[in-house]
Design a protein around this ligand. Structure first.
Ligand SMILES: [Fe+2]
Length: 420
């Protein structure tokens, strides 16, 4: 493994983030090596997407293409989607059912466990050509990953040294997965979104609780998330993962209007023709109506009223990433509830009434910070600087600092005496 890059942190508590970390190609290369191909568990797919033996989906860990499959024996497997011959992508479909995977380039064939089972012209033609006498098919399978699943959510890691998945997630996050995936789910559809910015800007965006009611007028206007609602931010011990939550109906319109009017951020007179779009049907015992859960490094699981989805982040260089959204409900939903969830899907995705603005916020940040000197930093101290602790309010960006602290440790460039 290469030596970590040198970072001059202006402060030890991650309340100042040097802009060049979003743009540097060597930082990006080491992120692939140390995080995505290193000791992280990355989210792959939901078991509900692979109900039958042989079902597979193509996916990514960072920039590496991966096949995740329920084998013919029912076991879950993940393997790098790259031919061991000349490096071509083997499976180009997004999903399917198969007992073997055949590369189109030279037709090398792998079974559902990733083992190489067939090589055309292996012994040549008329005793001419073919692979050398030492070539063993057993040595040239697809690269296999460790796979684990919790509550039907599938993760994989490249490293034999990564701790078990439950330990990596910690009790709060295994608990949250069990809360959301408390019964069989039904996949409702997919969305994909390319954003021209660095992937870490999205992890920040998703962990910053209070931009929601400022950037997203839809959310504050129609009450799906307002900073005046009760809620908070919870992180795991490593601060890598975060859960931001709020409870609808815990504030009042007068307080909300007074606060936002003073700050000149909210003067909308818009009304919805069909208010059922933002109706929150209570379906969890804890009254939480908004729960945005970030699982480092590549997953977000959201509950926005009755919209439920996972978002998988795929990196495509320092300047671009993709979000792959999997929208779901429950197998026992009524047809009306399914319709309601589909209507609320309009809030998210590339053209979502809420999510569209996150893409724009990330792109304008990425563009404007690109040529800054190494000393230029962003300011991250809403909710106070210093130790990084769980908070029971929402006007803070504590989880952004938490992310940077966990990330910097994994990258091997956290400052001496860093806050955690
Ligand atoms: Fe947002």
């Amino acid at each position: 493994m290469s030596a970590p890059v040198q970072v001059d942190w202006p402060r030890q508590d991650f309340s100042r983030i040097p802009y060049w970390l979003y743009h540097d190609p060597e930082v990006y290369r080491q992120e692939q090596e140390r995080i995505f191909k290193g000791k992280a568990w990355s989210y792959l797919a939901l078991e509900a997407e692979l109900p039958q033996p042989g079902d597979f989906r193509t996916t990514f860990i960072g920039e590496t293409p991966v096949i995740v499959q329920r084998g013919k024996d029912g076991g879950l497997r993940a393997m790098v989607n790259r031919c061991a011959h000349r490096g071509a992508i083997v499976r180009r479909e997004t999903r399917g059912n198969a007992s073997e995977h055949i590369c189109i380039y030279h037709r090398w064939c792998y079974n559902d466990q990733g083992d190489l089972t067939g090589v055309p012209f292996l012994r040549g033609i008329r005793r001419q050509g073919g692979m050398g006498p030492d070539f063993q098919t057993a040595d040239h399978g697809l690269q296999k990953l460790r796979v684990a699943s919790h509550a039907g959510v599938i993760f994989a890691t490249f490293s034999d040294e990564t701790e078990p998945l439950e330990q990596y997630l910690g009790p709060v996050f295994t608990g949250h997965l069990s809360r959301i995936f408390n019964r069989p789910v039904r996949i409702l559809g997919y969305q994909r979104q390319r954003i021209a910015g660095n992937w870490k800007l999205y992890l920040e965006n998703q962990r910053d609780t209070y931009h929601g009611s400022l950037l997203h007028e839809f959310q504050s206007t129609f009450g799906t998330s307002r900073a005046t609602q009760s809620g908070g931010v919870t992180m795991d011990d490593s601060r890598r993962h975060n859960l931001t939550y709020a409870r609808a109906g815990t504030d009042n319109d007068e307080e909300f209007k007074a606060l936002y009017k003073d700050n000149k951020v909210h003067e909308s007179k818009l009304r919805l023709e069909d208010p059922s779009l933002v109706r929150s049907v209570r379906e969890f015992d804890d009254d939480i109506s908004l729960a945005i859960c970030g699982l480092f490094p590549n997953a977000t699981i959201h509950q926005i009223s009755n919209s439920l989805a996972t978002r998988q982040l795929r990196t495509f260089g320092p300047d671009e990433f993709e979000l792959f959204w999997t929208l779901f409900g429950y197998a026992d939903d009524t047809p009306e509830m399914t319709q309601h969830r589909l209507a609320q899907a309009n809030m998210v995705g590339p053209a979502g009434l809420i999510s569209m603005e996150d893409g724009e916020a990330i792109e304008i940040t990425h563009r404007a910070t690109k040529t800054e000197p190494r000393s230029a930093c962003s300011v991250v101290e809403m909710g106070g600087a210093g130790p990084i602790v769980n908070l029971e309010h929402r006007v803070n960006d504590i989880a952004v600092r938490g992310f940077w602290s966990g990330y910097a440790r994994m990258m091997g460039f956290a400052p001496e005496g860093a806050a955690q």
